[in-house]
Design a protein around this ligand. Structure first.
Ligand code: MG
Length: 350
């Protein structure tokens, strides 16, 4: 079993290995004091893993209640959040008890934000079951729900008490959802690790899943430890995301999956910056080959006007400047600040 310890606001472990779900009761016993918890999961994941998790918890002496929400982004809503608060009250979950998020990013974000706010904050454990959640959303303590005005606009920083990553759960993911997670995985190679990038370029990631996930989580851990509350370095995790958010908006949310939009955003900004000489020659091509080897797209048809307009609303913008992340070569990234004119010039080269 691989164990990665995060020393943030609180310190906690991320455990990675195939088959961990069956041992989750025992593992959680070592990380939390209470013997009472509520599981939050969705209707897809519940059918696959709900019973395994409940059984393991009960065998370790836990009293367990479970709320199953519909799968999909719609469940990351304040309506679902209020339903969850009421469920916890009905099941007598007190300040010393804890929540378990069993599922992908939607369940993790909803449960995490609930844990941050219910009774002014209780513990929660993440059991991520998608690649995207395992390498990204379950690590780092960002939690949120969506409101009508936009995604993730109401949230909190709340680190989990433990993260249990059972890599066997990835075997039930469709190629489509798996490829989507690979978008963020390639991102980690680009921003921080040439060896990881080179390994991914071979296109046989499923063979080394535990290792790859541990490397991604290790990179994210290091970045989050340096900048837990997202005021500086943590921004590098947004490589490819400024364009990705514009692509997602242009396509209508949900039509281009996030990981694929990130793949396209990374290539588009790298190829434009390469034309300006900010990136080592040949880097965009290497990135394109790596994306292709992982069944990921690299380009999206969007007009430069739309790309500009839809991306300057991004969180990374201050009044007249925008910060973007550029990788001068795989494994090596920097944050650069551009005036809006310079940003427009960059986009004209996409
Ligand atoms: Mg992302």
């Amino acid at each position: 079993m691989k164990k990665i310890t995060v020393n943030a606001d609180t310190s906690y472990d991320i455990l990675i290995e195939g088959g961990l779900l069956k041992q989750c009761g025992e593992l959680i016993s070592q990380a939390v004091k209470s013997k009472k918890c509520a599981i939050v999961t969705d209707d897809n994941v519940d059918g696959l893993y709900g019973d395994i998790v409940v059984k393991s918890l009960e065998n370790s002496g836990f009293t367990v209640s479970k709320l199953v929400v519909p799968h999909g982004e719609e469940s990351k809503s304040h309506r679902q959040l209020i339903a969850l608060y009421n469920f916890l009250c009905e099941n007598d979950i007190t300040r010393t008890d804890f929540l378990i998020a069993l599922g992908g990013g939607v369940v993790g974000d909803l449960t995490g934000f609930c844990a941050a706010t219910y009774l002014r904050g209780i513990d929660y454990v993440q059991i991520p079951t998608t690649l995207l959640a395992q390498v990204d959303s379950s690590v780092g303590g960002k939690t949120a729900v969506n409101i009508d005005s936009g995604k993730n606009l109401v949230g909190a920083f709340k680190q989990p008490a433990l993260v249990i990553t059972d890599t066997d759960t990835l075997s039930t993911l469709s190629e489509e959802i798996y490829a989507e997670g690979m978008g963020e995985v390639v991102k980690y190679g680009m921003i921080r690790s040439l060896p990881l990038f080179e390994k991914l370029s071979e296109g046989s990631s499923r063979k080394y899943l535990d290792e790859i996930i541990a490397q991604c989580v290790g990179i994210k851990r290091n970045v989050v430890q340096n900048d837990e509350f997202d005021t500086g370095e943590r921004m590098i995790l947004n490589f490819g995301h400024t364009f990705a958010h514009a692509i997602e908006k242009a396509a209508g949310y949900g039509n281009v999956p996030h990981g694929k939009a990130v793949a396209m955003g990374m290539y588009m900004i790298t190829s434009a910056a390469e034309k300006q000489g900010k990136v080592k020659k040949g880097t965009a091509d290497r990135l394109k080959k790596c994306l292709e080897a992982n069944s990921l797209p690299h380009e999206y048809k969007i007009s430069r006007d739309d790309l500009y307009r839809l991306s300057i609303g991004d969180k990374k913008r201050t009044s007249d400047k925008i910060r973007v992340i550029i990788c001068a070569e795989p494994g090596n990234c920097e944050i650069i600040t551009l005036s809006l004119n310079e940003y427009r010039e960059l986009i004209n080269l996409v």
